[in-house]
Design a protein around this ligand. Structure first.
Ligand SMILES: Nc1nc2c(c(=O)[nH]1)N[C@H]1C(S)=C(S)[C@@H](COP(=O)(O)OP(=O)(O)OC[C@H]3O[C@@H](n4cnc5c(=O)[nH]c(N)nc54)[C@H](O)[C@@H]3O)O[C@H]1N2
Ligand SMILES: Nc1nc2c(c(=O)[nH]1)N[C@H]1C(S)=C(S)[C@@H](COP(=O)(O)OP(=O)(O)OC[C@H]3O[C@@H](n4cnc5c(=O)[nH]c(N)nc54)[C@H](O)[C@@H]3O)O[C@H]1N2
Ligand code: SF4
Ligand SMILES: [Mo]
Length: 771
């Protein structure tokens, strides 16, 4: 039977009729004409930091398919469920098709001129009355790099406020500060290829099976490339999906990673497994580091803090230290902690004493979260001047001002408030206007009750979003943004690969790309557009300025072009005359670190007990995170039936023992309370994935808003929230007062390890000194 006849039998109609005729499609092969896209546009996924290459199928001006790009080196044709359904969110009912202004209490569609006039008049009034810093901006890791650059330039140099930060502080800030302390600069050191070439892969606080699924492909290639199966070690207090891939699962006590890492270093140095040559030639501070570790982190002590027994510690240390190439990769289980920055440096310490840096399969690698978490780090004007320059350095400020042709005096001399400091300043009445760009604090920020009290004090809340997010709903003005597939520019992924995302369809309604919003809005401020954007109107114009700004810096784009990025399937910076096709890994033998002498710093860092411990009234430990079907605050995935129906509401993973104490079973509903808030009606999933006394709740859902319970505790160096541990009580219908434990296990373990005075990071000392 011919294919056409088979199809006729299956479909029940004659596909020879023109409408149903099969046509040749370059990607699908033969498809029904009625369904065949008019064109395929090559682009990059807009969800996570893996950075998969893909095609968008366009029919009659709409995005109708998403397909993996088989030629893209990151994903080789495969996409995860979010990527595969990405086209479905583009025309969701919850999109904001035009700017909105609150009139008589209701958000009302308006023209851009009215929206820009209103907001600019208010910004000017507030800045005149209360100073430039009274206007603050919180941005994101989800714009295109060109948009970050334009937004930062406008905010810092045009509006003249340095109270500018982003949701990346909820996410990658500890990795940034940790890298800066250790290597003198930010920048993920390795490549995905290292997952395929390592003998040992240590995954710490990273649940890649749910959150970076495509990375598993690179691990799967390992055996073929190395001839043997790598040893996969997963460190997580919870039996995550990723733990099921592990050869060794290390179910340590919550937030005890830093002690574990220091303990492994102790054993390695005690046993003489360290790489003396590497330490001597490539690192600083070994003597003090060794003394610190040997004095404070003996295996017995570490076993006590982590709950991992001494024998297993020796086993882990040996496996890691004796591997030819050991890769370590981490995400939020490490970063989202009030000792996140130092835990990052502890991961790097372990890599450094064993010589696992800058070689194939050997790198300490921070996996990034959002699609362009890197772009904002490189050129976003939040924690540094574009091109990883230091605000505190007069030389850096001058160099930057000269390149872009502005007076040096307008470059800020220091970083302004970080995200939590902005919220505090709003609460104090110091900041009067807030402009929120592509982030949804009303779901994602900790201590929601505190946040909501603070936001009420604002004179003006402007939200720039593509969807009517929870935060947009309470805004005074909404700038209606175009989104992924409606605009073009670059995203940088976790391995420093700058990818190109193309425009496939027209922006919805009167929405504008975030770049166009910034460029247009800047015209409402005297002289600002002329000074900052006179010759810049397209994404490529901004890309060309970025190339100039980055030339000679670590994140060097000077050798890139849109055409070359497309041709190569993304380019890993630095890319310049010396490395015209990019650079796979940082700090290889030929590449010094950005420290004064080019060597990496071995840093004596300390584990510290949790400041909010479990107690009789709050006897359980809450852990929060993600699930594969949902992305963050669900403005996108919540609109996609095939994803949302799989995880339509929050749940709480509860151990069988705690379920028995509460007299509940799977499917029952309980409340969760903490010192700051309470969440009702969370469905119970009795599960062996969590230990007794521990629960896990995903943070995606605004109805069971778990961030009403999480605490405003932050890393003093990175300002990243401690989202992963918080003491709570549970309440069921049968046991409304909650669980009483005979003995509450104190998770802090104060005795034994000396708690050192907090060393506040002196940016000048550790920031890029490479001149
Ligand atoms: N499907 C999906 N994918 C995503 C996202 C999404 O929302 N949905 N978001 C993207 C973004 S922005 C990010 S940042 C990444 C985040 O990716 P991940 O970091 O993988 O995500 P999380 O679920 O937040 O946390 C990871 C793990 O940390 C563990 N953990 C908790 N406490 C500790 C601890 O004390 N020590 C250790 N070692 N582990 C601990 C948790 O149990 C959890 O399994 O995912 C990205 N990808
Ligand atoms: N308890 C707990 N809380 C957490 C975490 C956790 O693990 N536990 N993780 C934290 C982390 S790592 C992160 S990254 C944050 C994420 O938290 P958020 O940043 O608040 O999450 P998103 O839902 O991604 O918000 C992005 C917003 O941008 C909008 N948007 C999408 N595309 C565009 C566009 O092109 N232009 C514009 N202008 N808007 C657009 C979306 O509609 C959405 O409203 O959550 C943090 N919160
Ligand atoms: S792994 Fe990340 S980048 Fe790749 S398809 Fe999934 S969400 Fe998109
Ligand atoms: Mo994130």
């Amino acid at each position: 039977m011919s294919l056409i006849d088979k199809a006729k039998n299956f479909l029940g109609f004659d596909i020879k009729e023109d409408k149903y005729a099969l046509v040749d499609d370059p990607i699908f092969g033969k498809v029904a004409k009625a369904k065949a896209p008019d064109k395929w546009v090559r682009t990059t996924c807009g969800y996570c930091g893996v950075g998969c290459g893909m095609y968008i199928g366009v029919k009659d001006g709409n995005a109708v398919y998403s397909k993996g790009d088989p030629l893209h080196p990151v994903n080789m044709g495969t996409l995860c469920p979010k990527g595969l359904s990405e086209h479905e969110m583009v025309r969701a009912d919850s999109r904001v098709p035009a700017p909105l202004i609150r009139k008589n209490g209701t958000l009302t569609p308006s023209g851009w001129d009215e929206a820009f006039s209103k907001v600019s008049a208010e910004f000017k009034r507030i800045q005149n009355e209360h100073g430039k810093g009274a206007v603050a901006v919180i941005s994101t890791g989800q714009l295109l790099t060109e948009e970050f650059y334009a937004l930062g330039k406008f905010v810092q140099l045009g509006l003249g406020t340095n109270n500018y930060d982003g949701n990346t502080t909820l996410c990658m800030a500890s990795a940034v500060m940790g890298y800066k302390q250790t290597f003198g600069s930010d920048g993920p050191t390795g490549s995905y290829e290292d997952f395929s070439k390592a003998d040992v892969i240590l995954l710490i606080g990273a649940n890649i099976a749910d959150n970076h699924p495509i990375l598993k492909l690179h691990i799967a290639k390992n055996k073929k490339m190395t001839g043997k199966k790598p040893t996969i070690i997963v460190v997580d207090p919870r039996k995550s999906k990723t733990s099921q891939m592990a050869d060794i699962f290390v179910p340590l006590k919550p937030r005890s990673d830093l002690a574990l890492l220091n303990g492994l270093c102790y054993i390695i140095m005690e046993q003489g497994w360290e790489d003396e040559k590497f330490i001597k030639e490539r690192t600083n501070g070994y003597k003090a580091f060794r003394k610190h570790i040997m004095n404070n982190y003996p295996p017995q002590e570490v076993a006590h803090i982590t709950g991992i027994d001494v024998k297993e510690l020796y086993n882990l240390a040996k496996i890691y230290a004796t591997a030819d190439a050991a890769m370590s990769a981490w995400t939020m289980g490490v970063n989202q902690s009030s000792i996140g920055t130092d835990t990052v440096s502890a991961i790097c310490n372990l890599a450094l004493i064993t010589g696992n840096l800058g070689r194939e399969g050997a790198s300490p690698m921070s996996i990034t979260g959002q699609c362009n978490a890197m772009g904002t780090r490189e050129f976003g004007f939040t924690s540094s001047i574009p091109g990883y320059r230091n605000y505190a350095s007069a030389q850096d400020r001058k160099a930057f001002a000269d390149i872009i042709g502005v007076p040096e005096e307008i470059i800020p001399t220091k970083r302004g408030y970080a995200y939590p400091q902005i919220i505090d300043a709003i609460n104090r009445g110091e900041i009067k206007a807030l402009w929120v760009v592509a982030t949804n604090p009303l779901v994602s920020y900790p201590d929601q009750n505190g946040l909501r009290e603070a936001l009420k004090k604002l004179d003006l809340l402007v939200v720039q979003d593509a969807f009517l997010s929870d935060t947009a709903e309470i805004a005074d003005v909404v700038f209606a943004a175009a989104t992924w597939s409606e605009k073009e520019g670059c995203y940088t992924n976790s391995e420093r690969r700058c990818n190109y995302a193309k425009r496939a369809i027209d922006p919805l309604g009167t929405t504008k790309s975030d770049l166009d919003i910034v460029l247009e809005f800047s015209k409402y401020f005297d002289g600002v557009h002329e000074m900052l954007f006179k010759e810049l109107s397209t994404p490529e114009d901004l890309f060309n300025e970025i190339k100039k700004v980055s030339k000679g810096q670590l994140c060097d784009y000077s050798g890139m072009s849109y055409a070359l990025i497309e041709e190569l399937g993304g380019i890993q910076w630095p890319c310049n005359e010396k490395a015209p096709k990019g650079t796979k890994r940082l700090y290889s033998e030929e590449m010094p670190c950005s420290t004064p002498d080019g060597k990496a710093n071995l840093l004596p860092v300390d584990w510290q007990p949790l400041s909010e411990m479990q107690c009789k009234g709050l006897p359980l430990m809450l852990n929060t995170g993600r699930t594969v079907e949902q992305f963050h605050t669900r403005t996108k995935t919540g609109t996609i039936g095939i994803l949302d129906n799989l995880a339509p509401e929050a749940w709480v993973d509860l151990s069988p023992k705690d379920a028995a104490k509460l007299k509940v079973k799977s499917g029952d509903r309980i409340a969760i309370s903490g010192t700051r808030g309470r969440v009702e009606d969370v469905i119970v999933k009795v599960s062996e994935t969590v230990r007794e006394g521990n629960i896990f709740v995903p943070f995606h859902f605004n109805e069971q808003l778990i961030n009403a319970v999480t605490i405003p505790e932050f890393d003093p160096k990175s300002f990243e929230p401690n989202y992963k541990q918080c003491a709570v009580q549970l309440h069921s219908a049968a046991v409304p007062e909650g669980i009483v434990y005979e003995e509450v296990e104190i998770s802090g373990y104060l005795e034994g390890v000396k708690v050192y005075e907090e060393e506040v990071l002196e940016e000048e000392k550790v920031e890029s000194t490479k001149k």
